[in-house]
Design a protein around this ligand. Sequence first.
Ligand SMILES: [Zn+2]
Length: 129
Amino acid sequence: MKTSNEKLEAKPSVKKANLKTYKTLLLKKRDELLTATSAKKMPIEATESARKGDWIDQSSEDNDIYINMHLRQTDARVLKAIDGALHRIEAETYGICEMCSEAISPARLKAVPWAKVCVTCKEKKDQGK
Ligand SMILES: [Zn+2]
């Protein structure tokens, strides 16, 4: 009959109140990306063709397509990462490094709320590639 609920917080990762903050950050970023993806009209396009003139139209078009595709890939990757982070918030595993199970530093989470690994592991991962 005692307050056994407290046992659940034996290994606190990110405090509940903070989770809300991160969730808000994630949802906001997600919104931003989705809006940017649907309403994108690159200003680069106009300047590019104005500078090069229409005699080189073909290759300038190819270039724009390439830029757009590259942007879209990055957006898609971040969106996927954000979705993953939102899942981890629901599962209460948010803020735990995927590789070493240590807590990810709040500074890192604020900068990259969808981070899956801590700074140390990220560096290891980057070097290992
Ligand atoms: Zn780690």
